[in-house]
Design a protein around this ligand. Structure first.
Ligand SMILES: [Zn+2]
Length: 737
């Protein structure tokens, strides 16, 4: 007779659960209302919806030519069907509709545009392909004439001089918001597209004088509501561009978050019509000024629901000449993608078969999904790559490493020179990639005990702005045996870029009163690093700490204006090390000319690689999870571990034949050299007694089995003959007997 009682209890439970759910929903709505529309310091906590996005298998390509086209080259139904069949046949599953890009200039033909888009979408949907409408929502003055500058009152206004340039409408203007969201809703209802690629949602960047956008009445009001900062009315005020002023820094951060807020509104509104609608947002480089002054911070953008972030910069760079920089940049993008367990996309602009394989390989190695910026793919390798099945389940795969490099948006936004953190981060990543030391990039939010427990060494290049919580996580990480390489002002500021008076992190370990100095610096060889003729000439910024206690060992001294200072020092803490450098190390390797606008990078890698390796191995002080024993010149590899089955997947890229480009000034002349010059021998952590087998697979599908030798109970040795390592190869190591 106990049964009815249970039923009653269950009913009660269901009832209360419903009630709790209802209350939770109501509470959620109240909380959401508190956050919107002004998003008053609202921290977006919910994870962007990845279920509805299903983008892991995304392969995108252009329907027709680039932005300036009329959309009328492919007009009849039969032409459209032919085009869709062609794309489908290539293995493309997402189509980008380009043309009439600066939409505000072409509103007179909107009806025709949407009718055509509706037809294309129906034809692509019938073939199981998704459609992304690619348009610019904010630029009123471009090609075309009819609707140019219908609303001059929507234009962004220079906050400093009150003037405007006919460039971008302000997305904080409620009338523009209403118009733009209604335009997209109408487009979505009439055409049923699956996604939007909305360009140039950002703040105009000064091209004439020191203009700062936007200072319209709506921006000033929202800024005040969100941050309590009053934007100066005085063009000569010391406020402008003053990174020592916390109000200015809050304004800079607000530009980034306000752009995110607008995109959240767009996403919320469009998801009411199609919950699975997605946005392919893009950023250029997120270590440089565009990320900040343009408001295009990939990290903040990634918090927009259904946002699929990526990069367009490859359009402008030669991938074959700039690959170290691009690969480092992709590591940063993987950091965000891995944080949310989502992919990100990248534009691939193939020049010919060989560069396509090379570019494709970089894309695959970094778990990026490609948007192929092309309308036709010739027969040959390019087509074979597109048709090749994926060799790795990206969603389950993570780099086999215990080394992390922090890219901190907090540090990027703390200084006037946004590269003071970004450049050395990119330099460190390039060094690690080019020397086949497996590493992850990490974001600010990754500095928590759970994520840090995966790592043995963290590299914090001038990671100046850290919260108390992040510092506590770092201290706990070191207590548990972790090591840290850090430099300059790491930990000197709080998360908002404000000085705490003393350096909370470094003080904890006995480095005090860190003073920044200027002047030419040289670093000298020492017993620790006694390479003959070694003398590094560095830039003119260095830090000098007072060393409290005898635990610190000075490894190398630096000299400036005839005076010597402790340059690089280390302290042993339990099982780990704290290595501090008063000079910036990552810059040694970095070819930052490319970020200053240069096309051909200047690379210092060969000269400084042994020195950086010495720094790395001194701090790491142990056996890497994987170690290159003998690697052919120019061969780069990434080792992934698949968490679903324990397999290892090694992707290799042969960059030989390009090295001379670093010093050159002409276009790419050298062709890719393959096969690799010599065999590849790598020791990899693979505990147990199993002797796994390895299969080498080429992009064209030819495979060959190679042997793995067991070294000891911890490591196996993979030995791959050079002649089978082509431009791009994949080696799978599966569980053996
Ligand atoms: Zn504005």
């Amino acid at each position: 007779m106990g049964r009815p009682a249970i039923v009653i209890k269950q009913k009660w439970e269901i009832y209360t659960m419903k009630k709790v759910m209802k209350m939770a929903v109501l509470l959620g709505i109240v909380l959401l209302q508190a956050c919107y529309p002004a998003a008053k310091n609202c921290v977006v906590k919910e994870e962007p919806d990845k279920k509805s996005m299903d983008l892991w298998n995304f392969t995108g390509m252009n329907w027709s030519l680039w932005n300036r086209n009329t959309r009328e080259q492919i007009l009849s139904d039969s032409e459209m069907e032919k085009r869709a069949d062609y794309l489908k046949g290539l293995g493309v599953n997402t189509v980008f509709i380009n043309g009439l890009h600066f939409r505000l200039s072409f509103l007179d033909r909107n009806k025709r545009t949407l009718e055509q888009l509706k037809r294309v979408t129906a034809i692509c949907h019938a073939r199981g392909m998704k459609v992304i409408e690619h348009l610019d929502l904010t630029i009123p003055l471009y090609l075309g004439t009819s609707d140019m500058l219908k609303h001059p009152e929507w234009l962004q206004i220079d906050a400093r001089y009150g003037s405007t340039v006919a460039r971008w409408y302000c997305f904080n203007n409620p009338d523009f918001q209403k118009w733009s969201i209604n335009y997209l809703k109408d487009l979505l209802r009439k055409t049923d597209v699956d996604g939007f690629s909305l360009d140039e949602v950002g703040y105009s960047i000064s091209r004439i004088k020191e203009e700062i956008f936007c200072g319209c009445g709506y921006c000033r009001k929202k800024l005040k509501e969100d941050t309590r900062v009053l934007l100066s009315e005085n063009s000569n005020s010391l406020f402008w561009n003053n990174y020592d002023d916390s109000a200015w820094r809050r304004y800079v951060k607000w530009r980034i978050t306000s752009k995110r807020d607008y995109m959240i509104k767009v996403s919320d509104e469009l998801r009411k019509i199609r919950p699975d609608i997605f946005f392919t947002g893009y950023n250029t480089n997120f270590a440089n000024v565009y990320a900040r002054d343009h408001g295009g911070c990939m990290w903040e953008d990634s918090k927009v629901p259904n946002m699929f972030t990526g990069i367009e910069i490859w359009v402008r760079l030669s991938t074959t000449a700039s690959f170290p920089f691009i690969m480092a940049d992709l590591k940063l993008r993987s950091a965000i993608a891995d944080h949310w367990n989502r992919p990100s996309w990248i534009i691939v602009t193939p020049e010919d078969d060989e560069t396509f394989i090379f570019t494709w390989a970089m894309t695959r190695m970094a778990k990026q999904r490609p948007w192929i910026n092309k309308t036709l793919i010739p027969e040959g390798q390019m087509k074979k790559c597109l048709a090749a099945p994926p060799f790795m389940n990206d969603e389950n795969c993570r780099i086999l490493t215990d080394i992390g490099v922090l890219f901190s948006t907090q540090a990027r936004d703390a200084y006037k020179d946004s590269s003071a953190h970004g450049f050395p981060v990119t330099g460190w990543l390039e060094f690690l990639i080019m020397n086949n030391i497996q590493a992850d990039a990490l974001m600010d939010d990754d500095l928590n005990p759970e994520i840090l427990s995966k790592y043995r060494l963290l590299i914090l290049p001038n990671s100046s702005a850290l919260s108390e919580k992040q510092i506590a996580a770092l201290i706990s990480f070191i207590e548990k045996g972790g090591s840290v390489i850090c430099s300059l002002e790491t930990g000197g500021l709080n998360e908002n870029g404000e000085s705490r008076g003393s350096n909370l992190f470094l003080n904890h370990y006995g480095l005090k009163n860190i003073k920044m100095n200027k002047g030419g610096i040289k670093l000298f060889p020492s017993p620790w690093y006694d390479e003959k003729d070694f003398s590094v000439t560095l830039n003119d910024r260095f830090a000098v700490p007072e060393i409290d206690g005898k635990d610190f060992k000075v490894l190398a001294e630096l000299e400036s204006q005839g005076k010597r200072y402790p340059g690089i020092m280390i302290k042993k803490i339990g099982k780990g090390n704290l290595l501090y450098s008063g000079v910036e190390l990552g810059n040694l390797y970095f070819m930052n000319e490319i970020l200053k606008g240069g096309k051909i990078p200047v690379w210092h890698g060969e000269k400084y690689a042994p020195f950086l390796m010495k720094i790395l191995t001194t701090a790491y002080d142990g056996r890497f999870l994987s170690a290159p024993v003998k690697v052919p010149d120019g061969l780069i590899y990434y080792i992934y571990k698949d968490s679903s089955n324990g397999s290892l997947i090694i992707q290799t890229l042969n960059t030989a034949g390009r090295k001379n480009l670093f010093q050159g000034d002409g276009p790419l002349k050298e062709k890719i050299t393959y096969p690799a010059n010599g065999g590849m021998v790598v020791d990899i952590l693979y505990p147990g007694s199993a002797r796994p087998s390895a299969t080498v697979v080429q992009a064209d599908g030819n495979g060959r089995t190679v042997e793995c030798k067991r070294l000891d109970s911890e490591y196996i040795r993979l030995d791959v003959p050079g002649e089978i390592l082509k431009t791009y190869s994949i080696i799978r190591i599966d569980k053996g007997e």
